[in-house]
Design a protein around this ligand. Sequence first.
Ligand code: R7I
Ligand code: MG
Ligand code: MG
Length: 301
Amino acid sequence: MLRSKFVGSLIGSAVGDALGSSFEGLWSSETKIERFSGSWTDDTHMMIGVAESLIANKGFDGNHMTQIFIKNYEREPWRGYASGPPRVFRWIKSGVAWNEAAKRLFSGAGSYGNGAAMRVAPVGVFYHKNLEQLRSVAYNQSRITHAHELGMEGATIQACAVALAVTADPSSELDSHRFLRKLKDFTPNELYKRKLERAWELLGEKNKVKVARELGNGVEAYNSVLTAIYCFLRNWVSFEDSVLYAVSLGGDTDTIGAMTGAISGAFHGVEAIPERWKSGLEKGDYIEELAEKLWFIKNRK
Ligand code: R7I
Ligand code: MG
Ligand code: MG
């Protein structure tokens, strides 16, 4: 089951990205959004980089992960990257240290985009047994491109949500309130604590426009990470419903789809992901292989 959860999280993230990628930036509140090309974007491209580096080093190595990000980006720069990461990569190539370059973005504030959270599923599964370690690695992998506190903390909360989903038993009912309470205890950040409370209050909300407005559906980590967690929680019974709901909120659909899919896939395991999506997924076999390697490294000890 644990192996299936590792694979489910990575494949789930890629499926959510691929499903949402046709709708990124559009406003849609229709659930009949079933256009699945199977090709994914920067979210999955960078998630693959995170996994590749964790595997190569059997843990986190910031310099190595940075070099993998740069190598992958240079091979396929057309994956829909936002402006921040490529700029950081150029600075690092010109000699700036990997853990310094991202601080230059946005006039020295660092980015609070959701780019560090969208790729973090491998950290969530790999460190699911140790939330202290998870926090440290989620934070440090963020630092490569996202130096703003809200960008790093958003990624850390997303990684924690994946870890909680790995630990939860999918054959018994999920207690959404308990899940949110654990995340609230986990994060020291006041803005995210408030968002978690808002997610709690909105759990029974039928009006999607209100959900998107209050939790956010934007490219900022604080306007998308909690939204993805919410999409999972209110649709925890079904992987399919959770990602379709996520995409139906509009806005940054590939990323909210990816983050929702990562949590939902970690909860249910890969068998719960519809075959029609798995079979059409670009490089699905390779992503599955990466997840299995992460599982193998953790479980042979
Ligand atoms: O976070 P990032 O990698 O972008 C990820 C998004 C996902 O939706 C992907 O699917 C892809 O489409 O891109 O890239 P960044 O450039 O770091 O941040 C994304 C955006 O967040 C920026 O272009 C800004 O609009 C906004 N942003 C900020 N705006 C003002 N001040 C991020 N940080 C700031 C800030 O400090
Ligand atoms: Mg994308
Ligand atoms: Mg996006």
